[in-house]
Ligand binder design. Structure first.
Ligand code: UT7
Length: 329
């Protein structure tokens, strides 16, 4: 029997209603709209304000949107993978909670943490379950409530992140559409530049850890920037070359939305016209695992069956990678 490829057959998304603008940030922080727009490219970001609600609140809404759009019954789902760095709880997995709340009763589910590359790694993982022939409907979620770990008194981190969730359906395809190839890479040396110091097993939460602000995102921006610029471009060009793809062959680059300057540098190295780059950083900021599906959701109406997409990410770990896929609908 012919081996299937794994194709994205639908996409759902959810962002919270509350819009935190640069101007609102500048009321309490020593920053300006001009600095944030020039250095990062973000105008506003969404913040989940609902009390006692976490990442699953957004994940469930993205999944419900996906099930509705694809006309899929929750009981037909085989597997749910949720990529996140801000799970509802250290355990159980947020994927368990989302599946339960979405009425997905016949699947197994787990979380995956690969920083901002989480969605790309989860898509790569889910694809293998489809390609094996054992599973027919796999949901991949990228969701983060970054506002739960951002210090809003730190001007070097507060403007960057936002909250949001996206979810895609993966199904077998026998026409050669869907995921064609992937390059996934990591280097643990990068952990010193981007991490959360407390709240894990090394430094469990305590009054001291909270008073010291060690439960917040720590980022040394410049080394992260340098690595991101070179690695995201390297891996995107590498997958193009491996498949003899020219800029003309590519419909869209789907880049992680961390900094407009990183996105532009990647597109330039690929020789891509800026019109072929999916961008929504100005309205959502960096939603960590959410960036790729939120971008694809925004551009879904422009995509055509057979379009070549290159997905590309860089994140904490460090982790980075690219996926080459042919859009299937
Ligand atoms: O998604 C995971 C991967 N993460 C990334 O890809 C992020 C990579 N890094 C970056 O995007 C950038 O490094 C940042 C956006 C985080 C920072 O931009 P930068 O151009 O590297 O700025 P910098 O850290 O070198 O700071 C330059 C100056 C400093 O002032 P002095 O020391 O030159 O006087 C900062 O204190 O800008 C200052 N600064 C700010 N000024 C106004 C830092 N943050 C702000 C701010 N508003 N929000």
């Amino acid at each position: 029997m012919q081996k299937p490829t794994a194709a994205i057959t639908g996409i759902g998304s959810y962002v919270p209603e509350y819009i935190l603008t640069n101007h609102e940030l500048a009321e309490t922080l020593d920053t300006t709209d001009e600095w944030i727009m020039t250095r990062i490219g973000i105008k506003e970001r969404r913040i989940l304000k609902e009390e006692n609600e976490g990442t699953s609140f957004m994940g469930v809404r993205a999944v419900n949107n996906l099930l509705e759009k694809t006309n899929t019954k929750p009981e037909d789902i085989d597997l749910v993978i949720c990529a996140t760095v801000t799970p509802d709880h250290p355990f159980p997995a947020t994927a368990n909670i989302i599946a339960d709340k979405a009425g997905i009763g016949n699947a197994f589910h787990f979380d995956l943490n690969a920083g901002c590359s989480g969605f790309l790694y989860a898509l790569a993982t889910g694809a293998r379950y489809i390609e094996s022939g054992m599973y027919k409907k796999v949901i991949i979620i990228g969701a983060d409530k970054m506002s739960s770990i951002v210090d809003y008194t730190d001007r070097s981190v507060a403007p960057i992140f936002g909250d949001g969730a996206g979810a895609v359906m993966l199904e077998p395809n026998f026409d050669g559409l869907g995921i064609q190839d992937m390059i996934l890479e990591s280097d643990g040396v990068g952990r010193q530049f981007l991490h959360q110091k407390a709240g894990g097993s090394v430094e469990p939460p305590s009054i001291e850890s909270v008073n010291g602000g060690r439960h917040y995102v720590f980022q040394d921006g410049q080394p992260v920037f340098k690595w991101a610029v070179s690695k995201m471009a390297d891996v995107s060009v590498e997958i193009m070359n491996k498949h003899n793809l020219t800029a003309d062959d590519i419909a869209y680059l789907v880049p992680h939305q961390a900094n407009m300057r990183i996105i532009s540098a990647t597109a330039k190295r690929m020789g891509l016209d800026p019109k072929k780059v999916m961008i929504n950083i100005e309205k959502y900021g960096n939603t960590t695992a959410g960036t790729l599906p939120l971008c694809i959701a925004d551009y879904e109406h422009k995509l055509k069956k057979g379009d070549n997409l290159i997905l590309s990410t860089f994140g904490a770990g460090f982790t980075w990678g690219s996926i080459y896929l042919k859009w299937a609908y």
